[in-house]
Design a protein around this ligand. Structure first.
Ligand code: SAM
Ligand code: FES
Length: 456
């Protein structure tokens, strides 16, 4: 059975640096070009009409001839495919049914011999490494994973992508960012190796991606929010001491005056995308008054206010944050529906009569006892049929998965006194102990989920 007229397999296998592979010969660029070209032919009704399935695959044993791809059902093998070949493959082979002769590899005996030899060499190499006790690549990559991350974070801290602008050499960039030209040159070269810049002669250029996401003035610039991750990196470097001591330990960087602004920008980066998902999951029926505890950038209140003119939201956040919240709320044009209160959710009275109380990305900052107390007071502040909604990275019962939630627990350990990621049974237990009923979990697309409880 063939559900598609053609099924393409493109090898995107990556191998250690220096070892030939389709990824190293540019198969991801080929894959992207194929995807765009096939889409264009399907959407514009130029003959493919969703009759082609494009799939990535692992090594086929012909790595010296990469990028390699196979077109089924006929089993046509192409080698050394380049993005510039893609338009011809799509129009000639996939649309008109005539394979592109100049790219076909049809020497079956040679292909089989190469794949068999490759398989034997691979097994021999693995056996030799195993015998010699070589550290597996997966562990080696995990150990050194901080290097690319640190390069990019430093580039963001120094605002290198903005300094590169429309193109500049290391000396010019070093001057703009007040850095040593030789060291800046090494960082710039490393960024080229990571695919974040390109280089021609002495001149560095932003890639389209870097220009879009990391340059000041670009509509999609994420730099301000990402600087929060750069700040958190310094806290992560205290992990060893924080595990020994049982709580966060101070660093010399803790007094960064930009910390709060970057933090709220970092929160907003995620919240503005997730807020419409939460509004859709909860709905606005029967909701007139919302309390948004630790609302931060106000993204969730803003989304509810925009979804219904009848909704009034109150955001409670700490005094340092409320002026920043005000900036986001004013900019969104919903100040008439969203009011702000400076305070401390651990101490202050919540008020009463709310239809919805939100705890978005809040519970992980606090201890179990503090959360139990917040849930209890939220229950008292809700009107009949009111709901308490928690959004967080929720762990499984034994707290080992999902991975992002397990890692995030440490993020909170290095950043707060008693914070952590919590499990679904823990949230259920706190909800029920506070008097909430019909407790349920709603999974949103993406890493965080909701736990919702009702006041009967
Ligand atoms: C992780 S952020 C989440 C922000 C927002 N809910 C979101 O999801 O984007 C935590 C928020 O809680 C606020 N916060 C922390 N401790 C607080 C407290 N004791 N009382 C009120 N707000 C607090 C922080 O200032 C911050 O805005
Ligand atoms: S890496 Fe693609 S065939 Fe080996």
């Amino acid at each position: 059975m063939e559900p598609f007229r053609f099924h393409l397999f493109v090898c995107t296998q990556q191998k250690p640096e220096g070892v030939p592979s389709c990824a190293a010969s540019g198969s991801f660029a080929v894959l992207g070009a194929l995807d765009r070209e096939i889409q264009a032919h399907s959407v514009n009704n130029r003959g493919l009409n969703n009759n082609v399935q494009l799939t990535t695959c692992g090594c086929m044993g012909l790595c010296d001839e990469g990028p390699v791809m196979v077109v089924y059902p006929a089993g046509v093998w192409y080698r050394r495919v380049q993005p510039s070949d893609v338009s011809e493959i799509v129009s000639t082979h996939l649309r008109d049914g005539k394979p592109v002769d100049r790219l076909i590899w049809n020497d079956a005996a040679a292909m089989k011999a190469m794949a068999v030899e490759h398989g034997e060499k691979y097994r021999e190499a693995m056996a030799a490494r195993e015998k010699a006790g070589v550290l597996p690549d997966r562990l080696d990559q995990m150990i050194r994973g901080y290097m690319p991350s640190r390069c990019l974070l430093t580039a963001l801290e120094l605002d290198i992508f903005t300094a590169v602008g429309d193109g500049a050499n290391a000396e010019q960039i070093g001057k703009k960012i007040h850095a040593n030209a030789r060291a800046a040159g090494m960082l710039l070269n490393a960024l080229v190796s990571l695919g974040l810049l390109s280089k021609s002669g002495d001149n560095y250029q932003n890639t389209p991606e870097s220009a879009r996401f990391f340059v000041q003035g670009s509509k999609d610039n994420h730099r301000n929010g990402l600087l929060h991750t750069a700040n958190i990196w310094h806290r992560w470097s205290t992990l060893t001491d924080a595990v020994r001591s049982g709580t966060r330990v101070p660093t010399s960087r803790d007094d960064n005056p930009e910390w709060t602004r970057n933090f709220i920008a970092g929160m907003q980066r995620h919240a503005k995308d997730r807020a419409p998902l939460l509004v859709k999951a909860i709905g606005t029926a029967g909701i007139r008054r919302i309390l948004d505890l630790g609302g931060g950038s106000g993204a969730y209140s803003i989304a509810f206010a925009k979804a219904s003119p009848n909704v009034r939201c109150e955001i409670l956040d700490i005094p340092e944050v409320v002026p920043l919240t005000n900036e986001y709320v004013s900019q969104a044009g919903v100040s008439a529906q969203v009011s702000l209160r400076a305070g401390d959710m651990l101490q202050d009275d919540f008020g009463s009569g709310y239809d919805l109380i939100m705890l978005n990305a809040i519970c992980h900052m606090f201890s179990e006892e503090q959360n139990r107390d917040i849930f209890r007071r939220a229950h008292q502040a809700l009107a009949p049929n009111g709901r308490l909604v928690v959004q967080d990275f929720i762990l499984n019962e034994d707290k080992t998965a999902p991975q992002h939630a397990a890692l995030f627990s440490l993020n909170m350990h290095v950043s707060t006194e008693e914070g952590a990621s919590y499990s679904e049974p823990e949230y259920n237990d706190w909800m029920k102990a506070a008097g909430l009923t019909e407790v349920c979990r709603i999974n949103l697309p993406g890493p965080s989920s909701l736990i919702v409880g009702l006041v009967k």
